[in-house]
Design a protein around this ligand. Sequence first.
Ligand code: TYD
Length: 152
Amino acid sequence: MGGESRAPAGKYRLSMGKEAQIIELPKILDERGNLSFAQNFSQIPFEIKRTYWLYDVPGGESRGGHAYRDNEEFVIALSGSFDVIVDDGVQKRRFSLNRSYYGLYIPRGLWREMDNFSTNSLALEFGSTPYSVDDYVRDYDEFLKLKADGKI
Ligand code: TYD
């Protein structure tokens, strides 16, 4: 595993490439309450096939240590905060999510973990594929081997 660096926020670009990045979402400020949104192929660079959310995560807990072979992800901290660590097998980058108008795009084929959950945080995730147990790589050494062989 390589060293960990803290990643800066960036604006959405149409060609997303293979790097994880923070995308700033539209924010409609209103004294009645603010509104943000995310839509297929606009703010989210793939067609959403699935959504799920993590809640009631005990403060300080970590989860999600795995890679997806095919699934791309878009993660939003709707409430509270947590960190997502994205690892390409050489370098680990830590993204801190703590605002509901930032999303983290994670391309396929990267090891990803989540930690530092605040109490009562709510993580919303969009995926580019339906759930498939075969899409998961759960063993880190297997992940490194797949990366070295160019298979993920
Ligand atoms: P998982 O992705 O393994 O979470 P973590 O890596 O944080 O432990 O999901 C936990 C369980 O939920 C797993 O048994 C599969 C199930 N699950 C679904 O059935 N559908 C889904 O879309 C997701 C994300 C998980």
